[in-house]
Design a protein around this ligand. Structure first.
Ligand code: SAM
Length: 280
């Protein structure tokens, strides 16, 4: 199916019709370039018949490119004016009504998705991109892969390995769910309004098996937060508040877990953090 995608003039016309002035608060930078949305869909390897969830469809730029493949889309949008226009935009371009389900909801708190999606494709609202991603990975275990557009620094962090300067809490937590990779860069000029930051695509594949239980995940993430709140400190110090209240007590747990108490959080894999949580 070929769908006529949205260009700059369509975006401005739709925004004017809905009386929408893009807001920073909701991270509203709309893609006005058909090549960019096709590039995102291509990077995600979306195929006909697949069930895709999109966070923040906005005026529908990326939504139409996903629908063009013959996949179905569940789109979660917080802004009621944008959510209420989306079905009409798709219908005007010949997309069958059954292919698109719009959910007007905050993606940070949504707990049910019609259509049981398996692939996530989104140009994320940048101010909440990491919490939204972690919420979706946690709440929808059926999501087995995806590609998202995020601010460049955030994407680099998500894909960073232990030992690098930018490896941090988001990198460690994301790794709980699977593997993450940088999947391309996107010019600022493809957005309206043009954002003040660079953007990248990040792809992920969910690990075949969960690393641990929900309880273990919560305990592990708590340790990750402690470790990176004081990332220059040695672990025996940084984790003391979480592991017995003193450097001596935390050293004991770390040694039991096979982790050097003088190491720093930025050197640890998520599996190391899990071993510490299990030894605590
Ligand atoms: N997908 C569109 C595109 O590529 O042109 C819009 C992307 S824009 C960067 C982010 C979108 O996410 C906006 O439509 C905004 O209203 C929506 N949004 C912001 N915060 C949200 C949230 N918490 N839950 C769901 N949607 C949100």
């Amino acid at each position: 199916m070929t769908v006529q995608l949205l260009g700059a003039a369509d975006i401005r016309r739709l925004a004017a019709e809905l009386d929408v002035t893009p807001t920073k608060k909701l991270g509203q930078n709309f893609v006005v370039d058909a090549n960019t949305v096709r590039k995102i869909v291509h990077a995600a390897r979306v195929e006909a018949g697949e069930r895709v969830v999109e966070i923040g469809p906005g005026l529908g730029s990326l939504t139409l490119a996903i629908l063009e493949t013959g996949a179905s889309v569940t789109a979660v949008e917080i802004d009621g004016r944008l959510a209420s226009r989306l079905a009409q935009t798709a219908a005007e371009r010949g997309v069958p009504a059954r292919a698109l389900t719009v959910v007007e909801h905050d993606a940070l708190t949504v707990t049910e998705l019609p259509g049981d999606p398996e692939v996530l494709v989104a140009n994320l609202p940048y101010n909440v991109s990491v919490p939204v991603l972690l919420h979706f990975m946690e709440t929808f275990p059926g999501l087995n892969r995806g590609v998202v557009m995020v601010q460049a620094e955030v994407g680099e962090r998500l894909a960073a390995a232990p030992g690098s300067k930018i490896y941090g809490a988001p990198s460690a937590k994301a790794a709980w769910y699977g593997s993450w990779r940088l999947a391309g860069t996107v010019s600022r000029q493809v957005f309206w309004p043009v954002p003040g930051v660079d953007s990248v695509l990040v792809g992920f594949e969910r690990a075949a098996e969960a690393m641990g239980s929900e309880e273990e995940r919560a305990a592990t993430f708590r340790l990750v937060d402690f470790a990176f709140q004081q990332r220059r400190k040695m672990l025996r110090q940084a984790l003391s508040g979480a592991l017995g209240g003193s450097a001596a007590a935390s050293s004991e747990v770390l040694e039991r877990a096979g982790v050097d108490p003088t190491a720093r959080g930025e050197q640890l894999t998520i599996a190391d953090f899990l071993r510490i949580a299990r030894a605590a």
